[in-house]
Design a protein around this ligand. Structure first.
Ligand SMILES: Cc1cc2nc3c(=O)[nH]c(=O)nc-3n(C[C@H](O)[C@H](O)[C@H](O)COP(=O)(O)OP(=O)(O)OC[C@H]3O[C@@H](n4cnc5c(N)ncnc54)[C@H](O)[C@@H]3O)c2cc1C
Length: 404
């Protein structure tokens, strides 16, 4: 498997493989017409994986995890792909939001939420992006106002919220003080998704699915203990989630099925395409890119296993994997023609879903900016909002619009 497993890891892999072999018939079959039944089956499967120790591999033992390293996490992902069974349903919760609560949550929050999250009993969603706050996440306008009794009242809108339609809870970034610079007046909250005043509307994608949603908050009451990481510390808390988001996408890329071997095998079945020099050149180019990503990923993994935190160059893995997979989709569509997009085709979902992945987890332009500034030492982008209270920024924007 290229990872150069140590004897302990060889043993661990064998154990994981044996469990998956024994239980793979209990995994849910491919998604049918009934979305709700499929989600239910995926939650039950997540519960089985968690009970077997194959979810939350890097979570601390005292919080229900296995206390193992990122290499063991990747081994589990590789073996799940090998067994041909689905991974956990709540990748966002277990991979990103749980670790945020572990890092910043109170003891009560950890006790209350982490167990049901890990076992799929309560699915979570990430309520960060808004119509005017995606790449510029610190510009969120959803507003939480403190009440005399210590509770909060939340109003505003979120968008692109994956899994909100079946989530029990969401982790939400809101503005609690507009009179300080934009990164300072933010607070993170746990939101029960069935609270009065919440409206969830599905957004249908070109791939045919409706995985994400718009979520509206109309004077929603939140208890005082809904705050995660302290009032006004929302930006620091959000950065933890974003770091885990990059890692989840980066370390998960092998499990996403974007593998050079798979594309090469598909092209090889077409007798004309496999002899066409232009097809061979394009395939060669994207295979080289995916191979480079794979070994860069292993380098990142070694650094993580030794307790180091990967630098901004980790964003390159996401940019390159998604680019190469989009190029592969284009190549396969050129070879197979319209059949590639037929509903029955194994490629239809990948080809239609991938362009959206350019935005998820940091857009390509933003990641390239970060790499340019922090890895290559290029001059930073001009920051016109530095040190200015958020309320004045909005007033200036409005005045600018009025003047034009
Ligand atoms: C599949 C998918 C799932 C998602 N799930 C969630 C979720 O569960 N929860 C959640 O909160 N969000 C989610 N998102 C939202 C995602 O985080 C945002 O799409 C992302 O942050 C980009 O924001 P935006 O779409 O508003 O684009 P914008 O920020 O409006 O950007 C539009 C374009 O302008 C470019 N751009 C913006 N600023 C700059 C700049 N300074 N320099 C150069 N170019 C720039 C961008 O690169 C992009 O091409 C999801 C997105 C996708 C695609």
């Amino acid at each position: 498997m290229d990872l150069n497993d140590t004897p302990e890891q060889v043993h661990y892999r064998a154990k994981v493989r044996a469990w998956l072999h024994e239980h793979k018939d209990e995994a849910p079959a491919a998604q049918g017409e009934d979305d709700a039944a499929y989600v239910q089956a995926r939650r039950a499967w997540q519960g089985k994986l968690a009970t077997a120790g194959l979810a939350g591999v890097t979570w601390p033992v005292e919080l229900g995890g296995q206390g193992l390293g990122p290499i063991e996490h990747v081994i589990v992902g590789q073996e799940i792909v090998r067994a041909g069974v689905p991974d956990i349903l709540d990748v966002i919760g277990v991979g990103m939001l749980g670790p945020t609560i572990i890092a910043h949550g109170s003891a009560e929050q950890k006790n209350r939420y982490l167990g049901p999250m890990l076992h799929g009993d309560e699915v979570w969603c990430q309520l960060f992006s808004e119509p005017a706050a995606g790449s510029d996440l610190a510009a969120v306008q959803a507003r939480a106002v403190l009440q005399d009794d210590g509770s909060w009242r939340l109003s505003g809108q979120k968008v692109w919220t994956t899994n909100a339609h079946f989530a029990a809870h969401g982790l939400l970034l809101a503005r609690t003080d507009a009179d300080v610079p934009k990164h300072k007046g933010l607070t993170m909250f746990i939101v029960p998704m069935d609270a009065a005043g919440i409206t969830i509307r599905g957004l249908r994608q070109i791939s045919g699915e409706a995985e994400f949603n718009e979520v509206f908050f109309d004077d929603v009451r939140l208890d005082a203990d809904a705050v995660v990481g302290g009032v006004g510390n929302g930006w620091g808390t959000a950065l933890t989630t974003l770091m885990f988001e990059r890692l989840t996408i980066g370390l998960g890329s092998e499990s996403l099925g974007y593998q050079a071997e798979r594309y090469a095998a598909a092209i090889a079945t077409d007798e004309h395409a496999r002899l066409d020099p232009e097809v061979r050149r394009r395939l060669g180019e994207l295979c080289v890119q995916l191979l480079a990503v794979k070994f860069t990923g292993y380098r990142m993994l070694s650094a993580l296993q030794q307790g180091q935190i990967p630098g901004p160059e980790a964003g390159l893995a996401k940019v390159t994997t998604v680019r190469a997979a989009i190029d592969a989709g284009d190549l396969i569509a050129d070879v197979l023609g319209p059949d590639a997009l037929d509903a029955e085709s194994e490629w239809a979902y990948m080809i239609s879903f991938l362009p959206g992945l350019k935005s998820a987890g940091g857009t390509e332009e933003i990641l390239r900016n970060t790499i340019g500034e922090r890895v290559l030492g290029l001059p930073p982008e001009p920051r016109l909002d530095k040190g200015i209270p958020f309320s004045e920024l909005r007033a200036k924007e409005r005045a600018g619009v009025a003047a034009t």
